[in-house]
Design a protein around this ligand. Sequence first.
Ligand SMILES: [Fe+2]
Ligand SMILES: [Fe+2]
Length: 474
Amino acid sequence: MALDYRELIPNNVDLGDNRALQRALEHWQPHFLDWWKEMGPAVFAGADVYLRTATAVDEKGWASYGMVKMPEYRWGIFLADPVPDRRIGFGDAFGESVWQQVPGEHRSALRRLIVTQGDTEPASVEQQRQLGDTCPSLYDLRNLFQVNVEEGRHLWAMVYLLHGYFGRDGREEAEELLARHSGDPDKPRILGTFNEPITDWLSFFMFTYFTDRDGRFQLKSLAESAFDPLSRTCRFMLTEEAFHMFVGASGITRVVRRTLEVMKALASEDPAAVRNSGAIDLPTLQRYINFWFSSSLDLFGAEISSNAASYFASGLKGRPDEARFADHSATGQSLRIEVPDGKGGATGEDVPMRSAMNEVTRAAYVRDCDVGVQRWNRLIAEAGYDFRFRLPSTRFRRSIGVWGKGSTDPDGHPVTGGEWQAKQRDWLPSTEDRAFVNNLMRRVTEPGKVAGWIAPPEIGINNAPLDYEYVRLN
Ligand SMILES: [Fe+2]
Ligand SMILES: [Fe+2]
C-alpha cells in the first residue's frame, strides 16, 4: 500500500474520513513542531540531510532517499497492513477476533502501555540533541538525524492511538508527552534510562545498541496485542527500528576496529598508550557496555510482576514472537527465577509463568545483545589478543526487581556498600573515563573524513559513496 504524502498529515489510516480526529491532530501538529525546534537537534538543525522517507509499509517500503531539512520531514501516521481475520494469539481470549476498539475494562491499562512507550520516543531525541556538535563524520551525522526524525515519527504513531481511541484523556496524554523532558528535575521522562544524558558518541552507539534494542523487544511484545491498531502501529515501527540497531552495532564495531588498529600499530595493549594515540581502550569500552546494558535491563520491569501477568492474560501484551511458543495460555507452567537468599548468594524460586513474562522477554533480549558482543570478540581474537568483552550479570546495577536492593559485582555476586564504592570505577565509566571520551569528541564535517577514534564505515547509505555529502551544512 503506497503512502499518501499530499495531506497535511501524511497517513494511511484514511484520516480525511474522520474530521474530528484530523482536526485534533492538526491542532497537536504545531505543538510537535515547536517541541522539535526547542528540544530536537540543536546543531545543524536547518541543514539538508540525506534522509529516507517511507513510501510503503511493507519490508521494501524504503524507496525514497533525498535531501530534506529536518523540520520539513513528513512525519505521518503509518500502520502496517491489516492481517485478514487476525485472532488473539495468547492469554485467556486466545483464538477470539482481535479488537478494533478499546474494550472499556482494558482502557486504562492500554493507555498506560501506550503512554509509556510513547514517552521514550521524544525522550531519546532530547537526550541526543547536542550530539551534532561533535559528529565524527557526515555519515554519522546523517545517521543520527535519521534516527531522530524516526523517533519523532514513533511519537506521532503513539499520539495517533491516544487521539484516535482514548478521547479527551488521550489528548491530554499527548500534550504531556511534549511537556515531560529528559533529565528535567520537575517533569522527567517516565523511565530512568531515558533521563541519562548522552553527551558523547560512544554513549550514543551504546544507547542505539542496548536501549533501542529494548525498544525492539517492547514493540515485538506490543505487536502481539489484541488491540489491532496498536499491533499494526508497532509492526511498522519495527521496520524503522532495525536501522537504529544497525547504527549501534556498526558504530561499536567501528570503534573496536579502530582500537585494534591502534593496538597493532603500537604493539601494545596498554590502555594508557591506546588513549595517548587517540583511541578508546577495550577496558573502557567494557565499562560503557556495563553501564548501558544494566541500565536497559531495568526497562523490562520486575522479574515477578502481577501487571505483566494481567497484560498477558487479557491479551494486551504478549511475548516477543509469540507464535514460536508451543502453549499460548501459559497457565500451569512456572519459570525458575534466581532471587537473593539473604546470605550473600542466590536461590531459585518457581514463579507462575504469566507472572514471569518480563523475565521471559528480558532473557530473549539478553541473548540478542550477546550476538554483537561475540562478533566484537571475534574481531579481537582475529587480531591476536586475549581480551574478551562480556555482558555483566543481569543482577548487576539493577534498581528494580528482586536484585534492585543491594549491589552485586559484574558476575552477580553480592557486594557490600564499601566494596561497591571501592570497585565501582573498575566496573562503570568513571568521571575520568567520561572526560577522556568527551575530549575525543571533535567535529569532523569534511566529506569522506572520519574522526581518529572510530574506523570508517564499510559502505555508504543507499549505495552512495563514503565521501558523499550526507549532510549539506549550508
Ligand atoms: Fe522508536
Ligand atoms: Fe529507535
